[in-house]
Each structure stands twice: as structure tokens, then as C-alpha cells.
Design a protein around this ligand. Sequence first.
Ligand SMILES: *[C@@H]1O[C@H](CO)[C@@H](O)[C@H](O)[C@H]1NC(C)=O
Ligand SMILES: *[C@@H]1O[C@H](CO)[C@@H](O)[C@H](O)[C@H]1NC(C)=O
Ligand SMILES: *[C@@H]1O[C@H](CO)[C@@H](O)[C@H](O)[C@H]1NC(C)=O
Length: 398
Amino acid sequence: MANFSPSSFCSSSCITAFIILQLLWSCRLFANGCYTSIISFGDSLADTGNLKMLSAYKPDQESLHFFLPPYGESFFHVPTGRCSNGRLVIDFIAESIGLPLVAPFVGGNRNRLMEFRRGVNYAVVGATALDSSFHAARGVPNPLTNSSLRVQLGWFKQSWPSICAKVQDCDQLIRHSLILMGEIGGNDYNHALLAGKSIDEIETYVPLVVKAIISTVKELIKLGAKTILIPGNLPIGCSAAYLTLYHDSDKAEYDNSTGCLIWLNKLSEYHNQLLQKELYQLRELHRDANIIYGDYYNAAMQFFRYPDKYGFTNGALKACCGGGGPFNYNLSVHCGDPSSNLCAHPDTYVNWDGLHLTQAAYKIIYKSLFQGSYTVPQFNSICPTSMLRPIKELSSAI
Ligand SMILES: *[C@@H]1O[C@H](CO)[C@@H](O)[C@H](O)[C@H]1NC(C)=O
Ligand SMILES: *[C@@H]1O[C@H](CO)[C@@H](O)[C@H](O)[C@H]1NC(C)=O
Ligand SMILES: *[C@@H]1O[C@H](CO)[C@@H](O)[C@H](O)[C@H]1NC(C)=O
């Protein structure tokens, strides 16, 4: 009678095949060795299509200008809901880690669960860190969305059990995910500034905004997150929108090395300092987690200081797409509106539409953070640069 013991049944080549299969499985699980998945929260710097989907549910609403050409024209060739001419920092991260572009959560159904296991994005254009009710109570209702950070975290908690259900262990999936917490908080200041709130009042929001971000990070750690990147604010005093809005400022209010508005950049710096202080304390409490600060501010200051060095031959302050004027920005003529104009070479501009950056600028921020020294701790001490894949050229198609 034949003996079907595993050793005689399975030849050595069969054992090899079995080992290879196991390796393939773990490769699949750990993508390029660093992360299996990306989970993202934030606003227009990270939204890959959520507000576009949310708006589509309101058929009477005119399409927002973000969802019209020329948004997306340089890479996707159609508007995708991203507030740029091409990819965002999150897209470059996904590419370099060897994961698909991170799918927007809104509008997803059961068929998308497999996709969400490799990346899910809860970020929404216009979102604030503090609840909309906080701002509404101060006379600043959110013009775009009520999907604040708390709402986004709620979506995550609600959807996560079904997203990870078929993976043996939900803990494993979140443990091996790279969590992107933002950028978020910029709109808590943007909406208030645009509504005419004083800088003194807006400064009082900063500790509350930071607290909202920190408490979300804490919750994610409690849920098993091990690697969280928390970007700070961009230097908003360099944006075409504010340079236009406050165009009649005193000469002394401009930084003479960049042309940016000093007091607005100070607001971003204050936010970033407070955020870093809180992150430092959080690291002390959670020594087994990688709590990474992303220095968007100084990464961006590189090209605001030396635009030519980075190929931004049209300077760093004027928008590529907009309604004309010294900074090609006009509050009543947005990029995408019929009477807006578009520059010939977006890669030579930092600023895309007044408030958002071009993919060329986002690529430099991505590189500075993930392959450079603009995170704390340095990202390559957690995921070596050799593990990252090269990213596609700016003008290459998806
Ligand atoms: C936000 O919520 C308020 C109060 O419920 C509502 O009136 C408003 O239309 C909402 N705004 C958006 C952009 O959805
Ligand atoms: C720029 O500002 C610095 C410090 O505020 C000042 O010392 C310097 O003279 C200024 N340079 C020019 C060219 O105005
Ligand atoms: C903005 O555009 C409107 C409409 O075309 C125009 O009337 C206005 O003068 C422009 N404002 C500036 C500051 O250029």
C-alpha cells in the first residue's frame, strides 16, 4: 500500500514550489517590503476624488471648477477630482511604494474592497481639522464640505472591518499600512481668512486644530497603526491667492528673499511648531510607533527661495491657471472657468490655481520628504530609499 506521508508525497521540487508560493504571498502582502497599504486623511492636498464623488450626488449642483479641464491635464488627461494639473504627493508615494494610486473612499462599494485593501483615501477637498460646527458657530460655514477630520475618521472606523475582513488579521493590515494624516488644518485658517476673520482670532484656533489632529493620530494608534506621517502646513504666505487678496500690503510685510507675506507664513510656522511639539510628546508615549513629521513648509521653501534651481523659470508665485492679474489669480474667475487662462508649460510653475501647487512642485515635496531629509525622523531610517521604486516622468501618461 502506498504511503502518502507528506515527505514522500511532496517531492523536493514540490517543496521548493511551496516555499516560492509562500514567498510570493508575503511579497504580495508587503508590496515592496515597506508597506502593504496606504490609508489617507486630509484635504485638497490629498483628495484623489472624494469631493468629486460627493458633488456628483447633488445633480442640480454646477460642477465645481476643480472638476473641469484643465485640472488633471498633464498626467491623467481628464479631471479626476485632484486639485492640480497632475499627481499629488500621495500619488508619488503610492507609485514609489509599488502600490496602486490610492482610491477615493466615497462612492466605493463591495466590489472595491479588494482595491481598498491596498489603499483607501478619505481626504476631501475643503475639509477642516475642526468640525464644521466649530467654524459655522463663528460665522464661517464650510463652502465645500462638512467632511472634517472627525467625519473622515468615522468613515474609516465604519468601513475598516469590511475592508480588512478577508485578510486573516485586520491588525496585520493596519500594522503594515502607511497612514497619511494630511495635510489637514490648512483650511481651518484658509476659510476663516477668506471670510475676513482677523489674524488674532485665527491664531487662537491653532492649538485646537493641532489637538484635533493629535487626537486622531492617537485613535489610529489605538486601532493598531504603526507608521503615521503627519505633514505640517505649507507656507501659505507664498500662495497666489493671498498675495492677490493682500496685494496692497506694506513693502515691509514681504519677505524680500521670496516675495511671500511674512505674517501669513508665521501663521503656518506657528501651526507647525505646535504640531511638532505635540508629536514629540506622542513619540515618548508610543515608542513602538513611527510618528513622522512631514516638513512640507521647508520642503516648499526650497523652491520659493530658489525657483530657477528647480526649473521653475516663471518664478514661484504666479499661478499657471487662473483669472489674470499680477499673480494670475482672481477670486471671481477660477481656473477651469471659461474665461480663465492657462500657462503653456505647467512644469515651469510652482503654483497651479492660486491655492494649490503643480505636480512638478508636489514631486519635489515628495522627493524631499521620502528620499531626502524633510521628515522627522528621517523616512529612510524607517523605509530605506533602495526599497522605493522610481516614479514616472511628469508628462508620462498614467
Ligand atoms: C454642512 O452642514 C450644514 C448644517 O447641517 C448644512 O446646512 C450645509 O449645507 C452643509 N454644507 C455642505 C457643503 O455640505
Ligand atoms: C532684506 O531684508 C533683510 C532683513 O529684513 C535686510 O537686512 C536686507 O537689507 C533686505 N534686502 C533688501 C535687498 O531689501
Ligand atoms: C477679476 O475679474 C473680474 C471679472 O472679469 C474683473 O471685473 C475684476 O476687475 C478682476 N479683478 C482683478 C483684481 O483683476
